[in-house]
Design a binder for this molecule. Structure first.
Ligand SMILES: [Fe+2]
Length: 345
């Protein structure tokens, strides 16, 4: 396994790069925009393919690297379903798996620092975001923070993990790099409380100054979506309402780019074909499945995904590969569902 802990000294942020093997798919957690060049250099040096960029929550102290990484690598952006960001490619909820080739992380909803905070468990280690820090916990006084929710997330979820589980937080300001659940249980001063009330009193009495970057970072981090408008301006998008008329049309091939688990959870547009986003480059190039389908049948390729991000990138790739009729459903299955579009399982 490849595991790298990267540090942004300006914001004290830890970023994690994970992959199951050299030459394989990689995942990055909590990237910082100023460090994107460094991440991509490392990804190249380790011969990795970055396929997912994940934020544990909307950060207030730095601007996320999610958008820049997506624009430069066409990776998928991922956040929790509660995150009030405009658009990400994929949203996760408690009990889901965050997967890449050879790795599957358990998704834990751990609100409290913010109401969109998640932790990710990978076998012997857990990425705790700003929920559980080393000898500390994330502040709970803005972004819908809630000390009672955080108490529940920490005491009833994270501290229930085996004592030897390694804790990798999103921040540290004192140079600590890793702890364990057992160590934090025993030595984290914030966790030496007898009740949720005592914890709430402790957190509510901290009186911390706002992060320096907050007024810049939060608004920037809420707008991470790809400009689907640019794809629409080129005439490569159909609205979900117009897409309703495309079902069962003989000259149209609806292509679902999502993962199997997303299809099972949210349903699929009836009659659509499954061609997962990671296989896109192979599928649209000459000789590829979608390229052949379009050329042999003359069908118009209509991509869709969860929110329109992956499909917008797919349209660009298909157009670049010469499939001039390719388009996508703007807003994805999310927009489709809001219109009451039919779904199959
Ligand atoms: Fe945070």
């Amino acid at each position: 396994m490849i595991f790298r802990q990267l540090f942004d000294s300006v914001s004290g942020t830890y970023t994690y790069l994970l992959a199951s093997r050299r030459g394989g798919e990689a995942l990055i957690i909590d990237p910082v925009i100023e460090k994107v060049d460094r991440y991509l250099q490392l990804v190249g040096e380790l011969d990795l393919k970055l396929v997912k960029a994940v934020d544990t929550h909307v950060h207030a102290d730095h601007i996320t690297g999610l958008g820049a990484l997506r624009d430069r690598t066409h990776c998928i952006t991922v956040m929790g379903e509660q995150a009030k960001v405009d658009v990400v490619s994929m949203r996760l909820a408690e009990g889901d798996k965050l997967t890449i080739e050879g790795l599957a992380l358990d998704v834990l909803y751990t609100p409290g620092h913010t109401d969109d905070s998640y932790s990710f468990l990978m076998r012997d280690r857990v990425f705790t975001g700003d929920t559980l820090l080393i000898r500390g916990t994330g502040r709970t006084d803005f972004q819908n923070g809630d000390p009672r929710a955080q108490y529940d997330s920490i005491f009833n979820k994270l501290l229930k993990l085996p004592d030897e589980t390694m804790v990798f937080p999103a921040h540290d300001y004192k140079g600590e790099t890793v702890s364990t659940i057992g160590e934090e249980k025993a030595f984290n001063p914030r966790l030496q409380v007898k009740s949720v009330e005592q914890y709430a009193d402790l957190m509510n009495g901290l009186n911390l100054p706002n992060p320096k970057m907050m007024d810049v970072a939060v608004p920037a981090n809420l707008r991470v979506g790809l400009a689907q408008e640019r794809i629409a301006e080129r005439g490569w998008a159909v609205s979900a309402a117009d897409a309703l008329a495309l079902i069962a049309k003989p000259d149209v091939a609806l292509i679902d780019l999502r993962e199997k688990t997303e299809r099972e959870k949210h349903g699929v547009i009836p009659g659509s074909l499954h061609a997962p986003y990671p296989d896109l480059a192979v599928n649209v190039r000459p000789g590829g499945m979608l390229n052949e389908l379009a050329r042999a049948t003359g069908k118009r390729i209509v991509f869709y995904c969860a929110f329109g991000e992956r499909s917008a990138m797919a349209v660009q790739a298909a157009q670049d590969a010469g499939l001039a009729s390719a388009c996508h459903i703007q807003g994805g299955i999310d927009a489709w569902k809001k219109l009451g579009g039919p779904l199959a399982r």
